[in-house]
Design a binder for this molecule. Structure first.
Ligand SMILES: [Zn+2]
Length: 210
């Protein structure tokens, strides 16, 4: 029974991420998100430690002092910032690498979906931001990753998914001139900021490129 429940949790999570990714045009990532969760290394461990109200990785970690399923997962999935931690040039220190924007977006969708699955009816637009603020992962995030992830979480908490997804689609993932938002395209100020002042700015983009 635990196997079936765990499988349902994975499928539900993947369906939510798929919906979010499709909404912003990331079709391949939407289809392939978290596929390694069906591998024996992750699936069987997930079944063993299944609890329903939190990630089995947490339970495995409590039991063994580490989570083998998580270590397997983060090394194979580019939407996790941990995947991008690598040695700096000198080969002696490890640093957060610069994450491509499409994977930052997938990480954001992942966080929304995980909050929805675990919070259930208590989920609100600010749940993912609240979860992010509970921990402190900043030292492990590349400055650009931190800036974009926090902007998306705050924007979603304040203005909801429709607005945030439109910003991702029209600004963050748009190819072309470089923009203040860290994305590939200039959004001309329409979706650049996460506060009312920049929201109202309809003509000028903060980056000054238009
Ligand atoms: Zn994942």
């Amino acid at each position: 029974m635990k196997a079936l429940e765990h499988l349902k949790t994975i499928n539900r999570h993947r369906a939510l991420v798929r919906k979010g990714c499709f909404a912003v045009g990331l079709y391949w990532q939407g289809l392939t998100h978290d596929l390694s969760k069906y591998s024996p290394e992750e699936f069987l461990t997930g079944v063993k430690y299944y609890q329903g109200y939190r990630s089995p990785n947490v339970a495995e970690r409590e039991d063994k002092g580490y989570s083998s399923a998580w270590l397997h997962h983060k090394g194979r999935n580019k939407h996790h910032f941990e995947y991008w931690i690598d040695y700096a040039d000198c080969d002696t220190v490890m640093v957060p690498g610069r994450m491509p924007i499409r994977y930052i977006v997938e990480m954001f969708m992942d966080r929304l979906a995980a909050s929805k699955v675990y919070k259930g009816k208590d989920y609100t637009d600010s749940s993912a931001l609240e979860y992010y603020r509970k921990g402190d992962i900043s030292p492990l995030l590349h400055p650009r990753t931190k800036k974009i992830l926090e902007r998306l979480l705050k924007m979603n908490a304040r203005y909801g998914e429709e607005y945030t997804f439109a910003y991702i689609r029209r600004c963050l993932l748009r190819k072309g001139k470089s923009c203040c938002c860290g994305g590939g395209g200039c959004c001309c100020g329409r979706h650049c900021g996460d506060d009312d002042a920049s929201r109202k700015k309809e003509t000028a983009c903060e980056c000054g490129s238009k």
